[in-house]
Design a protein around this ligand. Structure first.
Ligand SMILES: Cc1cc2nc3c(=O)[nH]c(=O)nc-3n(C[C@H](O)[C@H](O)[C@H](O)COP(=O)(O)OP(=O)(O)OC[C@H]3O[C@@H](n4cnc5c(N)ncnc54)[C@H](O)[C@@H]3O)c2cc1C
Length: 78
């Protein structure tokens, strides 16, 4: 499911299909997808705020992964 609605395309690699809940691509290290393409279901309104929210959440997750102890860090998708 993906949408191409003029100024609001989204969902081409949505959470649960291509990326997981941490925005990582399973099997690929050191890569997160943080843009409108990762929106899992088509929103009924403008998506700029959704993208900003995802970016804030992703930066929190990346900071947490980087500051985790080394053993724990190896278990986190980066
Ligand atoms: C005319 C217009 C008006 C809009 N008005 C509104 C509005 O009023 N309110 C609202 O909520 N939303 C609005 N939107 C939608 C909003 O701008 C987008 O939903 C949002 O910017 C999408 O964010 P994104 O990060 O997914 O993509 P983008 O903001 O398009 O960012 C993608 C980035 O990836 C880069 N990139 C592309 N390909 C590659 C590559 N191969 N390698 C490296 N970098 C690459 C691009 O250079 C770009 O910087 C509007 C969109 C348009 C076009």
């Amino acid at each position: 499911m993906a949408a191409e609605a003029a100024a609001h395309p989204c969902g081409t690699c949505g959470i649960g299909r291509v990326v997981d809940s941490t925005l990582s691509v399973p099997g690929v290290t050191s890569l997160r997808v943080v843009d409108a393409s990762a929106i899992p279901t088509i929103a009924s309104g403008h998506i700029n705020a959704c993208v900003i929210m995802m970016a804030e959440k992703a930066s929190d997750m990346i900071r947490a992964a980087v500051s985790a102890p080394a053993i724990q860090r190896d278990e986190l998708p980066m």
